[in-house]
Design a protein around this ligand. Structure first.
Ligand code: ZN
Length: 350
């Protein structure tokens, strides 16, 4: 928990600089305006309409039907006279093409209904026994209710969203000022974590080193007061630069969680860098350690909590160094499917 000397940019993870000056307006202004609507942007599940079954096939059936020759309207009895035949020949293509159009339309409608029925019954074998749709079938309603899509992947791990490993900690779901992990233990470089996850973190760090990386544990557990100081330091700096308070809160919260809602206070998160003083910006994701972390963290039950391109959901910018423990099963699933914790939890909600 030694105070660290960090670069100017100190994103979420850094337990960096101690406050030079304490902001005068600290506790008073909760960032109401800065309420990120992160949660609102949920991943959309697209419902696909069942494609109309190839009408061509259906059509072929009808096209062959000899009974469907155009009705002989007022045709004079065939007397073998050529003029009559010629006339009828001239008429035939028009009538036939109209019938074709009619058949195609009816077949398409029947095919669509048939496809929907098959989808709803879910039986592939039904295809063999299903009667050929007849063009005489009146499509009652064109707006057949779409079959419900299968929303839940069958390979979802059997986990409990209410377990401590999967607790969602963010502005909307704060821990509160008084929260502290049950027990804290060292994980290296003067940092601590919840004793339930510390062994996994230590193992990860050892293995990362064994793979040829240099590792510096930048930040583990942080108490409420430390988070408070880091947060309001940012606000102070940004307002000194000329931002309004609202702007300062909005910018700060992309990198530093609001006091009482930091995963570092939860004790399950750790920031890991290659060395003391490494810049904490998204672009270091290509550095060897960051690449290794992304590839292997799930093996130890950790995820990259704030992934790239998920800021609109997590509310926090990409932090390739910030690991959060969620358990090995959930971690494997989330990393494999490129899901952040918010998205993962949503898969279990009805
Ligand atoms: Zn962090």
């Amino acid at each position: 928990m030694a105070p660290t000397k960090d670069p100017v940019t100190t994103p979420n993870g850094a337990s960096t600089r101690t406050p030079a000056k304490k902001p005068a307006n600290s506790a008073a202004k909760a960032p109401e305006k800065a309420k990120k609507t992160a949660g609102e942007k949920t991943p959309v599940k697209t419902k696909k309409r069942a494609p109309a079954k190839a009408p061509a096939v259906e059509f072929a059936t009808y096209a062959k039907a000899p009974a469907r020759t155009p009705p002989a309207e007022k045709s004079a009895p065939a007397e073998g006279r050529t003029p009559v035949k010629r006339r009828r020949k001239r008429h035939f293509p028009t009538v036939f093409s109209r019938l074709m159009v009619l058949f195609v339309v009816l077949a398409a409608m029947a095919g669509t209904m048939y496809a929907l029925l098959r989808l709803m019954n879910g039986g592939a074998e039904a295809a063999q026994t299903a009667p050929t749709p007849k063009p005489t079938v009146q499509p009652v309603a064109t707006e057949v209710p779409a079959p419900t899509p299968e929303p839940t992947p069958s390979d979802l791990p059997d986990v409990d969203l209410n377990s401590w490993e999967l607790r969602l900690v963010r502005y909307e779901y704060p821990l509160g000022e008084d929260f502290a992990p049950p027990e804290l233990v060292d994980v290296g470089d003067g940092q601590q974590m919840d004793s339930r996850v510390a062994p996994a973190a230590v193992q990860l760090i050892e293995d990362a080193k064994a793979a040829g990386n240099t590792v510096w544990v930048c930040s583990g557990y942080r108490d409420y007061d430390t988070q408070h100081i880091i947060y309001w330091n940012h606000i102070y700096e940004y307002t000194q630069e000329g931002m309004t308070e609202e702007e300062a809160h909005a910018k700060t919260r992309l990198a530093v969680n609001y006091p009482g809602s930091s995963e570092h206070q939860y004790g399950l998160s750790v920031d890991i860098l290659e060395y003391n003083g490494q810049i904490m910006e998204p672009y270091i994701c290509d550095e060897p350690l960051m690449v290794w972390l992304k590839e292997h963290c799930a093996e130890y039950g950790f995820v990259i909590r704030y992934p790239d391109n998920k800021t609109d959901i997590t509310g926090v910018e990409y932090e390739p160094w910030h690991l959060r423990y969620v358990g090995t099963e959930a971690a494997a699933y989330m990393m494999e499917h490129d899901l952040c914790l918010e998205e993962f939890r949503q898969l279990y909600e009805p």
